[in-house]
Design a binder for this molecule. Sequence first.
Ligand SMILES: Cc1cc2nc3c(=O)[nH]c(=O)nc-3n(C[C@H](O)[C@H](O)[C@H](O)COP(=O)(O)OP(=O)(O)OC[C@H]3O[C@@H](n4cnc5c(N)ncnc54)[C@H](O)[C@@H]3O)c2cc1C
Ligand code: SF4
Length: 527
Amino acid sequence: MLSGNVFDPRAIHELFPEAAEIGEHHWTKSFLEQQDSHATPVDSDKFIALTEKSSFCIPNILLPAQLNNEGNYIISLSQLCRWLASQAEKMGVEIYPGFAAAEVVYNDGGGVKGIATRDVGIGKDGEPKSTFERGVELHARQVFFAEGARGSCSEALIEKFNLREGKQPQTYGLGIKEVWEIPEEKVQAGLVQHTIGWPLQSNLMDKVFGGSFLYHQKPNLVSVGVVVGLDYANPYLNPYREFQRWKTHRDIRKHLEGGTCISYGARVLNEGGYHAIPKLTFPGGVLLGCAAGFLNAVKIKGSHTALKSGMLAAEAAFNAIKEGNSVAETFEINEESSIELTEYEDAVKKSWINDELYQVRNCHEAFARWGTGGGMIYTGLATHLTKGHEPWTLEHRGEDADKTQPEEYFKPISYPPPDGILTFDLLSNLQRAGTYHEDDQPSHLKMKEDLMEIPKTVSMQVYGAPEQRFCPAGVYEYVDSEVNDTKKLVINAQNCIHCKCCSIKMPHEYITWTVPEGGGGPQYQIM
Ligand SMILES: Cc1cc2nc3c(=O)[nH]c(=O)nc-3n(C[C@H](O)[C@H](O)[C@H](O)COP(=O)(O)OP(=O)(O)OC[C@H]3O[C@@H](n4cnc5c(N)ncnc54)[C@H](O)[C@@H]3O)c2cc1C
Ligand code: SF4
């Protein structure tokens, strides 16, 4: 689990109403006791435009209302999820960490019957090892898919049930983050700082979508990161190195100097918003949270909508069972048919998830069309005046992979070398993600059979091998091959930190991201 995270507590207060009031039972107290992690109330909110050598604060009054963080908390989402898991277990929920859903299982009627985990103990050569164990199938009356942005089962379901019909394509951003421990005298607990401008945008018309965040959390942690819209055109852009360069700005480095970086990671987030939300239900299951695309890209927040969507789906399932119109009467799972929880989709449409996303429904596209300046003005007008009721839709076309332009139109970008103190080379930083995969297993990053030639004929030739730059874990490398002085692609799958960026931005989308052997991946503790 990786997130910013400035947490809007609206959904958690609805989930635990008795813990919403400040006092002994407030959720932040229980969270601190169990996870030793502070939910730090936001008490200062800054938005800064950076130029390479300077900066200026944009007054809060001029900012989109949705950027106001009063009442929110700075938290570690991984730790909040561990706390939520313990609350669920107290209520009798069984949780099986360490097992990934590798595929969806369907019943004879074509509805979803459950999921299957992957076989374990298969070697790189595809042969079973002494540790071989068959994957298991888990069957259920309803399966809720909450895999986050670009979930592998969720995307398969979206395709199978054509859930995106009549919707705009989903677009994504790549978020790259570090957590630092800083000296006590530098702590400004509760400070939230966002920036736009340098290094991603050099002028108001620049169309690279993105910005940065910096949050001070008690007792002495600073979370820093950048988010880069994956619809960028320049194949030489290297999001990881942009992030490292950003830290050298005087307005950022002053928060980190004297501190120690303790964690590193990356994850994509949805940016398509309201217009890119697919149909949410299908026979036997539903999509939740970022698997459906409920992230509000103006607020850069999606944990509150993810929580709320889970609550709405649970209520819909409960009502369906209570009303007896499901197979629950017999406690048997129907092998031929499964019900579709259409009530869930209706509930989302009537909820504040819908209201919030509707308000900013055209904003991302405004940035894509008119650059940072135009996007900011449009977003300001939409959130202050029209509240999303403008009688037009700014339609987004095309997938992020298709937005990359040939290298011939650009010059390589020269990035400063890392100093090992404030800025780090990728492979040494990667150790801070604690990523681990069993070495002797088939790669979970699979090249599509009909696109095997794309790395050589398109990615390298036309786009200058952008996967060497956008992957925030250095997984894709072109090395000298023995044949005719050419280069060949090597996929270091064991380094993968599961951000899912390659499944989105790869030229011609030549990679399919699948889950590795159970439990493999980054071991984020405080992200
Ligand atoms: C850099 C960054 C900064 C952000 N900042 C904020 C912020 O400040 N505030 C905010 O509210 N939101 C923020 N967000 C967005 C927020 O993190 C997401 O909206 C939220 O986490 C979505 O929750 P989710 O449960 O839908 O998905 P996720 O949090 O992505 O959780 C999905 C979980 O499912 C697991 N999973 C995936 N596939 C499988 C599978 N097949 N089998 C088993 N498990 C699987 C994943 O490993 C993960 O643990 C940020 C996101 C990023 C990347
Ligand atoms: S291989 Fe893909 S999913 Fe893994 S870290 Fe690189 S870009 Fe992300």
